[in-house]
Design a protein around this ligand. Structure first.
Ligand code: XMP
Length: 324
Protein backbone atom coordinates (compact mmCIF):
# COMPACT_ATOMS: atom_id res chain seq x y z
CA UNK A 1 0.00 0.00 0.00
CA UNK A 2 1.19 3.46 -0.96
CA UNK A 3 2.47 5.81 1.69
CA UNK A 4 5.05 8.57 1.56
CA UNK A 5 7.33 6.58 3.91
CA UNK A 6 7.22 3.66 1.50
CA UNK A 7 7.78 6.01 -1.39
CA UNK A 8 11.01 7.29 0.19
CA UNK A 9 12.40 3.77 0.72
CA UNK A 10 11.37 2.60 -2.73
CA UNK A 11 12.79 5.68 -4.40
CA UNK A 12 16.10 5.52 -2.52
CA UNK A 13 16.50 1.87 -3.49
CA UNK A 14 15.61 2.62 -7.09
CA UNK A 15 18.20 5.42 -7.24
CA UNK A 16 20.91 3.23 -5.66
CA UNK A 17 20.25 0.45 -8.17
CA UNK A 18 20.14 2.82 -11.10
CA UNK A 19 23.31 4.72 -10.23
CA UNK A 20 25.26 1.69 -9.03
CA UNK A 21 28.05 1.64 -6.44
CA UNK A 22 30.43 4.22 -7.95
CA UNK A 23 28.78 6.55 -10.47
CA UNK A 24 28.22 10.20 -9.57
CA UNK A 25 25.31 12.58 -10.05
CA UNK A 26 25.06 16.35 -10.41
CA UNK A 27 22.09 18.63 -9.98
CA UNK A 28 21.29 22.32 -9.88
CA UNK A 29 19.72 23.61 -6.69
CA UNK A 30 17.96 26.94 -6.33
CA UNK A 31 16.86 26.97 -2.72
CA UNK A 32 13.31 26.19 -3.78
CA UNK A 33 11.35 23.26 -2.43
CA UNK A 34 11.55 20.98 -5.49
CA UNK A 35 15.29 21.13 -6.05
CA UNK A 36 15.98 20.91 -2.32
CA UNK A 37 13.78 17.87 -1.77
CA UNK A 38 15.29 16.24 -4.87
CA UNK A 39 18.80 16.96 -3.60
CA UNK A 40 17.99 15.62 -0.14
CA UNK A 41 16.66 12.35 -1.50
CA UNK A 42 19.83 11.98 -3.61
CA UNK A 43 21.93 12.67 -0.53
CA UNK A 44 20.04 9.95 1.36
CA UNK A 45 20.54 7.53 -1.53
CA UNK A 46 24.19 8.08 -2.50
CA UNK A 47 25.70 10.57 -0.03
CA UNK A 48 28.49 12.75 -1.39
CA UNK A 49 28.38 11.10 -4.80
CA UNK A 50 25.60 13.59 -5.40
CA UNK A 51 27.00 17.04 -6.17
CA UNK A 52 24.64 19.96 -5.88
CA UNK A 53 25.53 23.18 -7.67
CA UNK A 54 23.96 26.52 -6.83
CA UNK A 55 24.60 29.33 -9.26
CA UNK A 56 24.38 32.72 -7.60
CA UNK A 57 23.34 34.88 -10.54
CA UNK A 58 23.37 38.03 -8.40
CA UNK A 59 19.60 38.28 -8.85
CA UNK A 60 18.57 36.55 -5.64
CA UNK A 61 16.71 38.13 -2.76
CA UNK A 62 18.23 39.67 0.38
CA UNK A 63 20.72 37.23 2.02
CA UNK A 64 19.15 34.38 0.06
CA UNK A 65 22.36 32.72 -1.13
CA UNK A 66 23.82 32.64 2.39
CA UNK A 67 20.61 31.16 3.80
CA UNK A 68 20.37 28.50 1.11
CA UNK A 69 24.02 27.56 1.63
CA UNK A 70 23.57 27.17 5.37
CA UNK A 71 20.38 25.13 5.11
CA UNK A 72 21.62 22.75 2.44
CA UNK A 73 25.09 22.13 3.87
CA UNK A 74 24.86 22.48 7.67
CA UNK A 75 21.19 21.58 7.85
CA UNK A 76 20.78 18.83 5.27
CA UNK A 77 24.37 17.63 4.78
CA UNK A 78 24.23 18.04 1.01
CA UNK A 79 27.51 18.20 -0.91
CA UNK A 80 27.05 21.69 -2.32
CA UNK A 81 29.12 24.07 -4.41
CA UNK A 82 28.08 27.70 -4.66
CA UNK A 83 29.32 29.58 -7.71
CA UNK A 84 29.27 33.36 -7.44
CA UNK A 85 28.54 34.48 -10.99
CA UNK A 86 27.13 37.89 -10.05
CA UNK A 87 29.63 39.91 -12.11
CA UNK A 88 29.05 37.76 -15.19
CA UNK A 89 25.24 38.02 -15.05
CA UNK A 90 25.14 41.74 -14.24
CA UNK A 91 27.66 42.40 -16.99
CA UNK A 92 25.57 40.54 -19.57
CA UNK A 93 22.39 42.30 -18.40
CA UNK A 94 23.91 45.77 -18.68
CA UNK A 95 21.68 48.00 -20.79
CA UNK A 96 19.12 45.24 -21.41
CA UNK A 97 15.48 46.19 -20.81
CA UNK A 98 13.47 43.70 -22.89
CA UNK A 99 11.92 41.03 -20.61
CA UNK A 100 12.41 38.11 -22.97
CA UNK A 101 16.02 39.15 -23.66
CA UNK A 102 16.64 39.20 -19.92
CA UNK A 103 15.25 35.67 -19.60
CA UNK A 104 17.37 34.38 -22.49
CA UNK A 105 20.57 35.93 -21.17
CA UNK A 106 19.97 34.53 -17.71
CA UNK A 107 18.97 31.09 -18.97
CA UNK A 108 21.93 30.76 -21.33
CA UNK A 109 24.48 31.99 -18.85
CA UNK A 110 23.06 29.73 -16.18
CA UNK A 111 23.75 26.77 -18.44
CA UNK A 112 27.31 27.94 -19.20
CA UNK A 113 28.15 28.45 -15.54
CA UNK A 114 26.56 25.19 -14.48
CA UNK A 115 28.41 23.24 -17.18
CA UNK A 116 31.74 24.84 -16.37
CA UNK A 117 31.29 23.95 -12.71
CA UNK A 118 30.12 20.42 -13.49
CA UNK A 119 33.21 19.91 -15.65
CA UNK A 120 35.41 20.57 -12.61
CA UNK A 121 33.98 17.63 -10.69
CA UNK A 122 36.17 14.57 -11.08
CA UNK A 123 34.46 11.45 -9.76
CA UNK A 124 36.52 9.20 -7.49
CA UNK A 125 36.10 6.20 -9.81
CA UNK A 126 37.91 8.07 -12.60
CA UNK A 127 34.77 8.10 -14.76
CA UNK A 128 32.74 11.03 -15.98
CA UNK A 129 29.63 12.29 -14.20
CA UNK A 130 26.81 10.11 -15.49
CA UNK A 131 23.55 11.48 -14.18
CA UNK A 132 21.71 14.75 -13.82
CA UNK A 133 19.06 15.26 -11.16
CA UNK A 134 15.98 17.18 -12.24
CA UNK A 135 13.22 18.27 -9.89
CA UNK A 136 10.50 17.59 -12.44
CA UNK A 137 7.03 17.25 -10.89
CA UNK A 138 4.01 15.47 -12.28
CA UNK A 139 2.34 18.69 -13.52
CA UNK A 140 5.58 19.53 -15.46
CA UNK A 141 5.40 16.12 -17.11
CA UNK A 142 1.82 16.79 -18.17
CA UNK A 143 2.62 20.34 -19.29
CA UNK A 144 5.50 19.29 -21.52
CA UNK A 145 3.28 16.69 -23.19
CA UNK A 146 0.32 18.99 -23.83
CA UNK A 147 1.94 22.40 -24.47
CA UNK A 148 3.74 21.90 -27.73
CA UNK A 149 1.68 23.99 -30.11
CA UNK A 150 3.30 27.15 -31.52
CA UNK A 151 0.13 29.04 -30.67
CA UNK A 152 1.03 28.75 -27.00
CA UNK A 153 2.49 32.10 -26.03
CA UNK A 154 4.16 30.97 -22.85
CA UNK A 155 7.24 32.73 -21.62
CA UNK A 156 10.55 31.00 -22.07
CA UNK A 157 10.82 29.34 -18.69
CA UNK A 158 14.41 28.48 -18.08
CA UNK A 159 15.30 24.92 -17.32
CA UNK A 160 18.46 22.91 -17.75
CA UNK A 161 17.27 21.48 -21.06
CA UNK A 162 20.28 22.12 -23.33
CA UNK A 163 22.68 20.60 -20.86
CA UNK A 164 21.51 17.09 -21.46
CA UNK A 165 22.55 16.95 -25.10
CA UNK A 166 25.91 18.61 -24.48
CA UNK A 167 26.95 16.51 -21.53
CA UNK A 168 25.27 13.24 -22.50
CA UNK A 169 23.90 12.98 -19.00
CA UNK A 170 21.16 10.57 -18.08
CA UNK A 171 18.24 12.00 -16.13
CA UNK A 172 17.13 11.16 -12.62
CA UNK A 173 13.71 12.58 -11.75
CA UNK A 174 12.68 11.28 -8.31
CA UNK A 175 9.69 13.65 -8.06
CA UNK A 176 8.15 13.04 -11.45
CA UNK A 177 5.11 11.24 -10.04
CA UNK A 178 4.37 13.79 -7.34
CA UNK A 179 2.23 16.89 -7.01
CA UNK A 180 3.52 19.95 -5.20
CA UNK A 181 1.74 19.20 -1.91
CA UNK A 182 3.22 15.69 -1.98
CA UNK A 183 6.71 17.13 -2.52
CA UNK A 184 6.16 19.34 0.52
CA UNK A 185 5.07 16.36 2.60
CA UNK A 186 8.09 14.41 1.36
CA UNK A 187 10.32 17.34 2.31
CA UNK A 188 8.92 17.39 5.83
CA UNK A 189 9.58 13.67 6.24
CA UNK A 190 13.14 14.14 4.98
CA UNK A 191 13.81 16.88 7.54
CA UNK A 192 13.80 19.85 5.18
CA UNK A 193 13.11 22.93 7.35
CA UNK A 194 9.50 24.07 7.43
CA UNK A 195 10.11 27.55 6.07
CA UNK A 196 11.81 26.07 3.01
CA UNK A 197 9.11 23.45 2.50
CA UNK A 198 6.43 26.14 2.43
CA UNK A 199 8.38 28.73 0.47
CA UNK A 200 6.61 30.63 -2.28
CA UNK A 201 7.98 29.87 -5.77
CA UNK A 202 10.69 32.19 -7.06
CA UNK A 203 11.34 32.48 -10.79
CA UNK A 204 14.63 31.33 -12.32
CA UNK A 205 15.43 34.81 -13.70
CA UNK A 206 15.06 36.12 -10.16
CA UNK A 207 14.77 39.81 -9.44
CA UNK A 208 15.67 40.65 -13.06
CA UNK A 209 12.02 40.22 -14.06
CA UNK A 210 10.84 42.19 -11.01
CA UNK A 211 13.06 45.14 -11.80
CA UNK A 212 11.45 46.70 -14.84
CA UNK A 213 13.95 48.28 -17.17
CA UNK A 214 17.69 47.92 -16.68
CA UNK A 215 18.98 45.75 -13.84
CA UNK A 216 21.73 47.52 -11.93
CA UNK A 217 23.25 46.98 -8.50
CA UNK A 218 21.39 50.02 -7.20
CA UNK A 219 18.04 48.79 -8.59
CA UNK A 220 18.75 45.39 -7.04
CA UNK A 221 19.38 47.00 -3.66
CA UNK A 222 16.04 48.84 -3.77
CA UNK A 223 14.07 45.80 -4.97
CA UNK A 224 15.70 43.58 -2.32
CA UNK A 225 15.08 45.91 0.59
CA UNK A 226 11.46 46.55 -0.38
CA UNK A 227 10.74 42.87 -1.00
CA UNK A 228 12.30 41.93 2.31
CA UNK A 229 10.07 44.35 4.23
CA UNK A 230 6.95 43.09 2.46
CA UNK A 231 7.71 39.41 3.11
CA UNK A 232 8.80 40.11 6.69
CA UNK A 233 5.46 41.80 7.40
CA UNK A 234 3.55 38.95 5.74
CA UNK A 235 5.35 36.43 7.94
CA UNK A 236 4.79 38.55 11.06
CA UNK A 237 1.09 38.82 10.26
CA UNK A 238 0.90 35.02 10.10
CA UNK A 239 -0.53 34.99 6.57
CA UNK A 240 2.44 33.68 4.57
CA UNK A 241 0.83 30.31 3.87
CA UNK A 242 -2.51 31.86 2.86
CA UNK A 243 -0.71 33.56 0.00
CA UNK A 244 0.61 31.61 -2.99
CA UNK A 245 3.24 34.13 -4.00
CA UNK A 246 4.16 37.65 -2.93
CA UNK A 247 6.88 40.07 -3.94
CA UNK A 248 7.80 43.66 -4.62
CA UNK A 249 8.42 44.87 -8.16
CA UNK A 250 10.44 48.00 -8.86
CA UNK A 251 9.03 50.31 -11.52
CA UNK A 252 11.46 52.50 -13.46
CA UNK A 253 9.35 55.62 -13.17
CA UNK A 254 9.83 58.52 -10.83
CA UNK A 255 7.14 60.11 -8.78
CA UNK A 256 7.02 63.17 -6.57
CA UNK A 257 6.75 62.78 -2.82
CA UNK A 258 7.36 64.73 0.34
CA UNK A 259 9.52 63.69 3.30
CA UNK A 260 9.65 66.12 6.19
CA UNK A 261 9.72 69.48 4.46
CA UNK A 262 11.65 68.13 1.49
CA UNK A 263 10.25 67.39 -1.92
CA UNK A 264 11.39 63.98 -3.16
CA UNK A 265 11.42 62.55 -6.66
CA UNK A 266 12.02 58.82 -6.54
CA UNK A 267 10.89 55.46 -7.90
CA UNK A 268 7.76 53.41 -7.34
CA UNK A 269 7.35 49.98 -5.76
CA UNK A 270 4.45 47.77 -6.81
CA UNK A 271 3.47 45.07 -4.33
CA UNK A 272 2.06 41.86 -5.75
CA UNK A 273 0.42 39.07 -3.76
CA UNK A 274 -1.72 36.34 -5.24
CA UNK A 275 -3.76 33.28 -4.39
CA UNK A 276 -3.84 30.48 -6.89
CA UNK A 277 -4.12 26.73 -7.22
CA UNK A 278 -2.07 26.17 -10.36
CA UNK A 279 -0.56 29.56 -11.28
CA UNK A 280 -2.44 29.48 -14.61
CA UNK A 281 -5.08 31.74 -13.12
CA UNK A 282 -4.71 33.83 -9.98
CA UNK A 283 -6.55 36.32 -7.79
CA UNK A 284 -4.92 39.15 -5.93
CA UNK A 285 -4.83 38.70 -2.19
CA UNK A 286 -7.12 40.83 -0.03
CA UNK A 287 -4.99 42.34 2.74
CA UNK A 288 -6.36 44.32 5.62
CA UNK A 289 -5.98 48.05 5.04
CA UNK A 290 -3.85 48.46 8.17
CA UNK A 291 -1.43 45.88 6.87
CA UNK A 292 -0.93 47.67 3.56
CA UNK A 293 -0.59 50.97 5.36
CA UNK A 294 2.19 49.60 7.52
CA UNK A 295 4.09 48.03 4.62
CA UNK A 296 3.85 51.18 2.51
CA UNK A 297 5.03 53.38 5.33
CA UNK A 298 7.95 51.09 6.16
CA UNK A 299 9.10 50.85 2.55
CA UNK A 300 9.02 54.59 1.88
CA UNK A 301 10.69 55.37 5.19
CA UNK A 302 13.30 52.61 5.20
CA UNK A 303 14.24 52.16 1.57
CA UNK A 304 16.27 54.93 -0.04
CA UNK A 305 15.08 55.65 -3.54
CA UNK A 306 11.37 54.88 -3.13
CA UNK A 307 8.78 57.67 -3.05
CA UNK A 308 5.60 55.69 -3.52
CA UNK A 309 4.12 52.23 -2.97
CA UNK A 310 1.22 50.77 -4.94
CA UNK A 311 -0.68 47.48 -4.68
CA UNK A 312 -1.36 45.50 -7.83
CA UNK A 313 -5.07 44.57 -8.01
CA UNK A 314 -5.05 42.78 -11.34
CA UNK A 315 -5.99 39.14 -11.59
CA UNK A 316 -4.43 36.59 -13.94
CA UNK A 317 -5.65 36.70 -16.64
CA UNK A 318 -5.46 39.35 -17.98
CA UNK A 319 -2.26 40.17 -16.07
CA UNK A 320 0.47 37.63 -15.37
CA UNK A 321 1.80 37.04 -11.88
CA UNK A 322 5.19 38.56 -12.65
CA UNK A 323 5.45 42.07 -14.07
CA UNK A 324 7.67 40.96 -16.93
P1 XMP B 1 3.39 34.32 -14.73
O1 XMP B 1 4.12 35.62 -14.58
O2 XMP B 1 3.72 33.62 -16.02
O3 XMP B 1 3.96 33.39 -13.57
O4 XMP B 1 1.92 34.43 -14.49
C1 XMP B 1 3.45 32.13 -13.23
C2 XMP B 1 4.44 31.48 -12.29
O5 XMP B 1 5.65 31.19 -13.00
C3 XMP B 1 6.73 31.89 -12.43
N1 XMP B 1 7.58 32.37 -13.53
C4 XMP B 1 8.76 31.87 -13.88
N2 XMP B 1 9.47 30.86 -13.34
N3 XMP B 1 11.16 31.21 -14.94
C5 XMP B 1 10.68 30.54 -13.87
O6 XMP B 1 11.37 29.65 -13.40
C6 XMP B 1 10.50 32.23 -15.54
O7 XMP B 1 10.97 32.80 -16.52
C7 XMP B 1 9.23 32.56 -14.97
N4 XMP B 1 8.30 33.48 -15.29
C8 XMP B 1 7.29 33.36 -14.40
C9 XMP B 1 6.13 33.01 -11.62
O8 XMP B 1 6.99 33.42 -10.56
C10 XMP B 1 4.85 32.37 -11.13
O9 XMP B 1 5.09 31.55 -10.00
Amino acid sequence: NWSMENFIDTEINRIRKLVGPTAEVIGAVSGGVDSTVGAKIMKEAIGDRFHAIYVDNGLMRLNETEKVYKTLTEGLGINLTVVDATDLFLGKLKGVTDPEKKRKIIGNNFIHVFEAEAAKIKPADGQEIEYLLQGTLYPDVIESISFKGPSQTIKTHHNVGGLLEDMKLKLIEPLRELFKDEVRHLGELLGVPEDLVWRHPFPGPGLAIRILGEVTREQLRIAREADNIFIEEIVNAGIYRNISQAFAALLPVKSVGVMGDQRTYEQVIALRAIETVDFMTADWYVFEAAFLKKVASRIVNEVDGVARVTYDITSKPPATVEWE
